[in-house]
Ligand binder design. Structure first.
Ligand code: SF4
Ligand code: SF4
Length: 135
């Protein structure tokens, strides 16, 4: 069955709407929430895998966009080259899930891959190209 991994960003006002339920009920899609985070500002981010007929997947994505949800295809993997990293912290402020953080004592970059939703927001911030996402 065709599937897609998507990064959804929910603005504050629709975080609690049962959008994923509608994907199942109205578009006959199966979904699996791989990761989800809500920021203190209540913006929500979710890494979602949806499965179903290709046409239904596209209609489901259209529905999400019409509801004001930002939709992007997720990368497949991320690597962070610790040898190249100069611990400048530029990527940290872009990481909504806190997968990237600076150690409070050493000021070295920590990367918690478990928290990463493969959104790719951090990639272009790195001056030494230490972050690589694979599509
Ligand atoms: S891709 Fe980068 S910005 Fe996005 S969650 Fe992973 S580490 Fe954070
Ligand atoms: S932006 Fe690049 S060099 Fe700077 S902390 Fe992040 S990974 Fe390291």
């Amino acid at each position: 069955m065709p599937s897609k991994r998507l990064v959804l960003t929910f603005p504050e006002n629709i975080v609690t709407k049962p959008i994923t339920y509608k994907l199942v009920k109205d578009f006959n899609l199966e979904f699996n929430i791989l990761r989800a985070e809500v920021t203190p500002e209540m913006e929500g981010k979710m890494l979602l895998e949806i499965k179903g007929a290709s046409e239904q997947i596209e209609k489901g994505i259209e529905y999400l966009l019409n509801e004001g949800v930002s939709v992007q295809e997720a990368s497949k993997d991320i690597t962070l080259d610790k040898e190249q990293c100069v611990h400048c912290g530029l990527c940290v402020s872009l990481c909504i899930t806190n997968a990237l953080s600076l150690d409070e004592k050493s000021y070295k970059l920590n990367f918690n891959k478990e928290k990463c939703i493969l959104c790719g927001f951090c990639q272009n911030s790195c001056p030494v190209n230490a972050i690589k996402l694979k599509m």
